[in-house]
Ligand binder design. Structure first.
Ligand SMILES: NC(=O)C1=CN([C@@H]2O[C@H](COP(=O)(O)OP(=O)(O)OC[C@H]3O[C@@H](n4cnc5c(N)ncnc54)[C@H](OP(=O)(O)O)[C@@H]3O)[C@@H](O)[C@H]2O)C=CC1
Ligand SMILES: O=C1OC[C@@H](O)[C@H](O)[C@H]1O
Length: 396
């Protein structure tokens, strides 16, 4: 009962933060490109409890959508129309740009934002190709600006507790790892729209690009190893564009130190039983096999909602841990992974040490293996932006 009570309290506090601090006079002012569905969870609500963050502006191509979104989320500046995204970048009051646009637009708008001197928080995956990500990272570095790909689960304390347990040696070396992220097929609107950006090849769609970046990131993060090859990959095409858009992808990878990995992503698992009428449950686990036992981390992509870490030493007693804040007291048990991510982002901009920060080229390596998986599954790599040029002459 106490578990259910803390779960409900946590959900309430995540969505309606209990302590609303006054904003610092020099708080970082964020502008959002696009009235995206993810922005309230990923930035707008987490910003409420951060004294150093103000969400100042939102841009949406559609004027009525822009004003309704701004009103609902109490955002004071609204830009709309064809040039609305550029207007945010031209606004001298904006310090940081949050980019929750379709994947295929991440490169263009990150390059434009960095060129305008803004720090950038860009949604995952950072770009459509590793070459684009490389240029984005180089431009940020050359301008001394912060650029972060929003792989938010890597900022949550539970993720770090799992890494600590694996690194402690209690279970011995990692020999294999499997990571899943899959949701059941559901009526349009529950998870995805009928016309969702995820189903459009030219916008960088596909399950591997969308949900698949989590399991791929997880096998790389927890093993601290890179793949050396994609042993096999099997895609099930999405009805919208079956030859190019994967609805489901299962990949087997060989990592350094002979660790075998499997990733599974699906944004529409079909049901089971007669006529597939019984829906499947969410799959969102990382299962790690070690020399002397195993570890199971359930719900790693949304650990703040609920998670469990099962430690299963060989011949020993299984135990379960949870970690909603860091052992040294940092954070709050109701902070979402997005809130922890925002905390780290601000620390990085302010020149202080965040509790975690990814290696600069991590998004490049991640996208190299996204491409490797598509190739092994006989699906085309996602197309680079029309504005991409290998010679680096991005023109704004
Ligand atoms: N970190 C996380 O947990 C999550 C991350 N994401 C990521 O966030 C991004 C956006 O996802 P989501 O919020 O679901 O997407 P939405 O479709 O809700 O939002 C995308 C926004 O992009 C703008 N846009 C610009 N050009 C186009 C176009 N050609 N077609 C469609 N939209 C366009 C629209 O803004 P407007 O019309 O207002 O200008 C739209 O609101 C993706 O990169 C996705 O991977 C998504 C969900 C969870
Ligand atoms: O990042 C994400 O996390 C949750 C998923 O449902 C979504 O498709 C994806 O974009």
């Amino acid at each position: 009962m106490s578990g259910l009570f803390s779960f409900l309290k946590r959900i309430r506090n995540i969505n309606s933060p209990p302590n609303v601090p006054a904003k610092n006079a020099d708080a970082l002012r964020f502008g959002i490109l696009g009235a995206a569905r993810i922005a309230p969870n990923a930035l707008i609500i987490p910003a409420i409890s951060h004294p150093d963050v103000v969400v100042l502006a939102v841009a949406s191509r559609d004027a009525s959508k822009a004003s309704a979104y701004a009103k609902k989320h109490r955002i004071s500046k609204v830009y709309s129309g064809d040039d609305c995204y550029q207007a945010v970048l031209d606004d001298p009051d904006i310090d940081v740009v949050y980019i929750p646009l379709p994947n295929g637009l991440h490169y263009e708008w990150t390059m434009r934002a960095l060129s305008s001197g803004k720090h950038v928080l860009v949604e995952k995956p950072m770009a459509d190709t590793p070459q684009e990500a490389q240029q984005m990272i180089e431009l940020a570095a050359s301008k001394n600006l912060v650029l972060l790909e929003a792989i938010h689960y890597t900022f949550h304390p539970a993720t770090h507790r799992v890494k600590e347990l694996l690194d402690s040696g209690e279970l011995g070396k990692i020999t294999g790892i499997r990571a899943d992220f899959a949701v059941p097929d559901a009526p349009h609107g529950i998870f995805f729209l009928k016309d969702d950006v995820r189903f459009k090849y030219d916008l960088g769609g596909g399950a591997t690009m969308d949900m698949g970046v989590y399991p791929l990131s997880a096998v790389r993060f927890f093993t601290a190893s890179e793949p050396v090859k994609v042993s096999s990959a099997r895609a099930v095409g999405h009805a919208a564009d079956p030859a190019r858009i994967d609805r489901e992808m299962t990949a087997r990878l060989m990592l350094q130190s002979s660790i075998e990995a499997e990733t599974y992503a699906d944004f529409g698992m079909s049901g089971w039983g007669p006529f597939h009428i019984f829906p499947r449950l969410l799959k969102a686990s990382v299962h790690v096999e070690c020399e002397r036992g195993a570890l199971e981390y359930f719900n790693y992509p949304l650990a703040h909602v609920f998670h469990s870490i099962k430690i299963k030493p060989q011949g020993g007693k299984e135990r379960v841990e949870k970690a909603y804040r860091f052992a040294d007291g940092r954070g709050q048990d109701w902070w979402s992974s997005y809130r922890y991510q925002l905390e780290a982002f601000v620390e990085q901009v302010r020149g202080r040490a965040p509790h975690y920060w990814p290696e600069a080229d991590d998004p490049v390596r991640q996208l190299q293996w996204v491409e490797g998986i598509y190739a092994a599954a006989d699906m085309p790599a996602r197309p680079a932006s029309e504005l991409y040029s290998p010679s680096h002459d991005f023109a704004v």
